[in-house]
Design a binder for this molecule. Structure first.
Ligand SMILES: *Cc1c(COP(=O)(O)O)cnc(C)c1O
Length: 357
């Protein structure tokens, strides 16, 4: 059997299995017993957790916490609001739309690991809403909307699907004349790198004028191993660029050291930082959220001036009206008819001429 199927067959989603990997605290045990939530991770990802430290950044992302019952700031019916599901336009459940030219195409609600900070948690973790994920219905909708250039295949995690379904999806999407690119949003290279098998590569590799891009989600340097590096390299050999869409998470990566290490380590395994998301106001994730400014401050203080330009993500807030970039706002501090006054990450000043239109 392929190794990745083994990972799913031995999914760590019971206390007994979890205890093989970590010394479970009483707080963790209580949350697992009382919350009745979907949780779990692959044995591979479980082996990256710190056995003794409940503050381990992977452990905090994966193990349920009683803090999930607190919901002071979460927006009610978050997913309906965020994905514009209550708007006039008729769309299948699988299609979420915020932009004219691109849509998110949800093909499953299952994941290879269940992140506690998931913004789709009503669907994926709490299972308080259920949607119909009919792939053919989604494909048909896309076919009838010639303005759609770019389809983001997401979930859940689309790479939890068997090879034949991924092959079908890619083939059918590429038959749609107006599509110019396909994106897969998957955490598999991070939490189940053995998913990138020769058989999957054979499906993804053939040259085609409609490119495939992959964005993963990696939030801490500890999530990156030799196996991650190999999986990403294998994807690159299939002509697939791999980017990261990280989430700013309190107590996990919101300190300068972790934030910088994450971005440097991503590049070292050939993953290009694409976005850092502000942790969305979904219900039950209050304990992961920082003030909004935090991400921009981190970019200013430990990324912009101090590490490679290739390591710079764009910091964005994902909202119902699209993603809103929030970069450090210290750059232009003054403007006259003749010049701009600019400031860098250190607070140093310089001027450049202001050219009239
Ligand atoms: C994030 C998202 C996109 C893609 O945004 P990009 O900025 O192009 O990466 C498209 N549609 C929806 C509904 C999204 O949430």
């Amino acid at each position: 059997m392929e190794q990745w199927k083994d990972q799913l067959n031995n999914f760590v989603n019971t206390l007994d299995r979890l205890k093989k990997y970590i010394n479970v605290t009483s707080e963790e045990e209580q949350a697992i017993n009382e919350l009745g939530t979907v949780w779990g991770l692959t044995p591979y990802f479980a082996s990256l957790m710190d056995r003794d430290d409940p503050n381990c950044p992977i452990r905090k992302q994966m193990i349920p916490s009683m803090k999930e019952t607190e919901n002071k700031y979460g927006i009610e019916n978050y997913l309906i609001w965020k994905e514009n599901r209550a708007t006039e336009e008729k769309r299948p459940d699988s299609i979420a739309r915020q932009y004219h030219d691109r849509v998110a195409f949800t093909v499953t609600e299952k994941c290879c690991t269940y992140c506690r900070h998931c913004f789709r948690r009503e669907l994926v973790v709490d299972r308080s809403i259920s949607l119909r994920f009919d792939v053919n219905e989604g494909l048909e909708w896309i076919k009838q909307h010639p303005e759609i250039r770019d389809v983001l295949v997401t979930g859940g995690d689309p790479f939890i699907l068997p090879d034949d379904q991924i092959e079908y999806l890619v083939r059918k999407l590429r038959e749609i004349k107006h599509l110019e690119m396909i994106r897969f949003h998957t955490r598999a290279p991070i939490n189940m790198p053995m998913r990138i098998t020769p058989a999957l590569m054979k499906i993804l590799r053939p040259y085609h004028k409609i490119p495939i891009f992959i964005n993963v989600q990696c939030n801490h340097a500890n999530e990156i191993t030799e196996q991650t590096a190999k999986a990403v390299y294998d994807l690159l050999t299939c002509g697939i660029c791999v980017g990261n869409q990280g989430v700013l998470l309190k107590g996990i990566n919101d300190d300068k050291k972790s934030f910088q290490e994450l971005h440097l380590k991503l590049l070292s395994v050939r993953i290009r930082p694409y976005y850092i998301f502000y942790c969305e106001p979904a219900p039950g994730v209050d304990h992961f959220r920082t003030p909004v400014e935090k991400g921009a401050e981190l970019i200013r203080d430990c990324i912009r001036g101090t590490v490679s330009g290739l390591a710079q993500p764009m910091y964005v807030i994902a909202t119902n009206i699209g993603k809103i970039p929030l970069m450090p706002d210290y750059y232009i501090i003054g403007k006259s008819e003749t010049e701009y006054k600019l400031r860098n990450y250190k607070g140093e000043l310089t001027t450049i001429p202001n050219i009239p239109e």
